[in-house]
Design a protein around this ligand. Structure first.
Ligand code: UTP
Length: 277
């Protein structure tokens, strides 16, 4: 068995981030910092903690800052060499040394499913992780993606991270229905994107961490536009769920919805308090 069965992580990062306007007018949402580190760097570090070193990023217009962030800035390095602030760049240096980065562009925002299909050329024919960097996850021990990679080693099928949300919030999420095979692990039968509360099959919401098998690409190709006219990953996953190939996993840890202002502020406060401890 491979030491690390998942080698690449895809970061769909082409969205407009309209909830953070005007901050995201010329700057990608993924570069918003939690204290001093951008959201996408937390995502990359989480992927590294799961043994992944191939980072594949789907970007769009106005996202060049992401590429610059994961590159050496000789001028800056020269400027701060030997100063007190030099150590602040250590974490990015380590990432640049250990990981490889590849990029492609989603020219039209046709939905998360479409963004993942655009990433196919970077992933190829192998299982891969997906991180939506605006869902920031904190775990006390193994990172959420490490927990999911361990599950993938055992089950060899798609694993999607889920969490229980209050019923009145289900219409913000993709929601699953399934049978609990072991504590916190569900064999998914069906998935619905942003259902109304009265028709939601459960309050188990899908969050932004996935392990996907490469047959997802054909499933996305066969998926017509769904809610909002977008190609929804949730709809494509339904094809694989109907074949019993999707597990929903209630991860250990805490998720902050940093795509919303409230969640972003909450995560900032949490990390700031931790930095003082
Ligand atoms: P969101 O639904 O949060 O959309 O996308 P958004 O555009 O980023 O933010 P708002 O709602 O306008 O504030 C979830 C994830 O899917 C990616 C986004 O970058 C984000 O990581 N995404 C979404 C794409 O890459 N392409 C798309 O066409 C849609």
């Amino acid at each position: 068995m491979d030491a690390y069965p998942i080698k690449k992580c895809l970061f769909p990062a082409a969205g407009y981030g309209t909830r953070f306007l005007p901050a995201t007018k010329a700057m990608p949402k993924e570069m918003l910092p939690l204290v001093t580190k951008p959201l996408i760097q937390y995502g990359v570090e989480e992927a590294m903690s799961a043994g992944i070193t191939g980072m594949a990023i789907v970007t769009g217009r106005g996202k060049r800052a992401i590429e610059d962030h994961f590159d050496i800035s000789y001028e800056l390095e020269h400027q701060i060499a030997g100063s007190d602030t030099e150590s602040l760049l250590e974490s990015t240096r380590e990432i640049i040394e250990r990981c490889s980065f590849s990029y492609t562009r989603q020219n039209e925002m046709l939905g998360l499913g479409h963004a993942i299909l655009v990433g196919e050329s970077l992933i190829g024919d192998e299982p891969f992780a997906v991180v939506l960097a605006d869902d920031f996850c904190l775990a006390e021990q193994d990172s959420v993606l490490s927990q999911m990679v361990a599950l993938y080693e055992k089950h060899r099928c798609c694993i999607i991270a889920i969490e229980e949300v209050p019923m009145e919030q289900v219409s913000r999420y993709g929601v699953i229905a399934g049978c609990e095979e072991s504590p916190g692990l569900y064999r998914v039968d069906s998935l619905v994107e942003k259902p109304e509360q009265d028709v939601a099959p459960s309050n188990l919401a899908i969050i932004g961490r996935y392990i996907l098998t490469p047959d997802i690409f054909d499933a996305i190709r066969a998926t017509p536009p769904g809610r909002n006219g977008e190609i929804q990953l949730t709809d494509a996953l339904q094809t694989l769920a109907s074949q019993g190939k999707v597990l929903g996993y209630c991860f250990e840890g805490r998720r902050f919805d940093c795509g919303s202002v409230d969640g972003y502020i909450e995560a900032t406060n949490e990390l700031y308090q931790r930095s003082l401890a």
